[in-house]
Design a binder for this molecule. Structure first.
Ligand code: FMN
Length: 182
């Protein structure tokens, strides 16, 4: 299964980027996670949506070709960062490549709630007509106090979080396969 991971932080030392990279490596035998950068995308602009810049076309094509999307989001002021909203806005127009594409969410923050509010907003956005991405139900991954759970090399060192992530990956793969079983 080819999964595009979209990370909602444009920070070089982003914990969410580290979490995505950790997942990419840990689950590589089962799922193929491609971390696609969204930080260079221009601001969405309806004036140019029918003929967007090449980097937008390439981005939309990559997401459209994936089997699923993994959202990896920080929380900014109780919501998702604008860099992630911007990427979703591009994806929600034209061919609307997210419609019907399965997705799942993980998020990490330094606060104790671990992106609860950001993920609530993201779920609402995923439900909008131009997005309509079916979301893995019942598996909410909130990595709070992330600075205490990821070491300098980017390795997750908190065993309960690792065990929970393992179970969520199991659940995502089973859910995806069930939907695509013929
Ligand atoms: C502009 C801004 C707003 C933030 N708002 C929140 C917030 O609402 N809730 C929260 O838990 N953390 C908040 N934080 C702290 C982030 O959780 C923390 O910076 C985290 O490391 C960001 O993710 P990253 O490491 O992937 O860049 C905020 C940080 C910034 C820069």
């Amino acid at each position: 299964m080819n999964i595009v991971a979209l990370v909602g932080s444009n920070r070089t030392e982003s914990y969410n980027l580290k979490l995505a990279a950790y997942m990419q490596k840990r689950y590589q035998e089962r799922i193929d996670i491609d971390i696609v950068s969204i930080k260079e995308l221009p601001f969405y602009n309806q004036d140019i949506e029918n003929n967007p810049p090449a980097e937008v076309k390439e981005f939309v094509q990559k997401v459209g070709a994936a089997d699923a999307v993994l959202w990896v989001t920080p929380e900014y002021n109780y919501s998702i960062p604008s860099v992630l909203k911007n990427a979703i806005d591009w994806l929600s127009r034209g061919e609307k490549v997210l419609v019907g594409k399965p997705s799942w969410i993980v998020g990490a923050s330094m606060g104790t709630l671990g992106t609860v509010r950001a993920q609530e907003h993201l779920r609402d956005i995923l439900f909008s007509p131009g997005v309509s991405s079916p979301l893995l139900p019942g598996n909410e991954v909130y990595v709070g106090s992330v600075h205490e759970k990821i070491d300098d090399s980017g390795t997750l060192i908190h065993e309960p979080t690792i065990a929970f992530l393992d179970s969520v990956v199991d659940n995502f793969v089973a859910w995806y396969n069930k939907q695509h079983a013929k």
